[in-house]
Design a protein around this ligand. Structure first.
Ligand code: SF4
Length: 235
């Protein structure tokens, strides 16, 4: 199957998915947005209200901050793809439970393996926990490159955190800038990157029913001085 058909099949499968309880309250599944040939993949936690309504990730207040940051850092439309740990909205914008995340991670693995980004940015503690397997606070993890099975991964804040605490903006901006510089450097051939082609270091194992290894199935920075908005809407 060619890549376009693999994407179509994956999107259809996600749209019909009822593997976890989150399917019960959703209006739309939220698969992702951005370039399918992106060099950077950004992963958040899960859809919020606006995302659930529109069927797209990061389209609420936090998403607007993220878009401003990406634009300000010269991420072009072909440079990034944005997705979440879970594809359906958790009730009340709570964090996904472990069993919900584990049910959904095979979809993210498949997205990751179709895109094969040069860098992966985990936005927020939930993404870091499920992708890197670290439960340390995001404040301690952020901004540092990590390598998992040959993939370059950087944790940073979720953009929603910036709505609650403006002091995080400069830090997230710094992290996203670092990710863009690394991406540019890999693309220019100055940095070989690490892509080993193996499954990235997602914490969850292979989906039951999928052959392990055959189908690996994954919040951001804002320029200091950008208006953060006010109420802490999730995404
Ligand atoms: S969150 Fe993921 S696993 Fe759960 S129902 Fe939605 S698509 Fe399926």
């Amino acid at each position: 199957m060619d890549t376009a058909n693999q994407w179509r099949a994956l999107s259809d499968e996600i749209a019909r998915c009822n593997r976890c309880r989150l399917c019960e309250g959703r209006r739309n599944v939220v698969v992702g947005r951005g370039s399918l040939a992106a060099g950077a993949m950004l992963v958040g936690e899960g859809p919020g209200e606006q995302e659930d309504i529109q069927g797209l990730p990061f389209v609420g207040r936090a998403g607007k901050l993220l878009d401003l940051a990406l634009e300000g850092l010269m991420y072009g439309p072909d440079d990034f793809y944005i997705a979440n740990i879970v594809k359906c909205r958790p009730p009340g914008n709570r964090a996904p439970l472990d069993d919900e995340a584990e049910a959904c991670l095979p979809f993210l693995r498949r997205q990751f393996m179709l895109i094969k980004p040069a860098v992966l940015v985990c936005m927020g503690a939930t993404a870091a926990k499920h992708i890197i397997g670290k439960e340390r606070t995001i404040t301690k993890l952020r901004g540092e490159w990590m390598e998992r099975k040959g993939w370059l991964i950087m944790p940073t804040f979720h953009p929603a955190a910036l709505l609650r605490d403006e002091s995080k903006k400069a830090l997230m901006w710094h992290d996203l800038k670092k990710a863009k510089q690394r991406l540019d450097s890999v693309r220019a051939g100055a940095d070989p990157g690490l892509r080993a082609g193996a499954e990235p270091g997602f914490r969850a194992g292979a989906e039951p029913g999928l052959r392990a290894g055959a189908e690996p199935g994954l919040r951001a920075g804002v320029e200091p001085g950008l208006r953060a908005g006010d109420s802490p809407q999730k995404r």
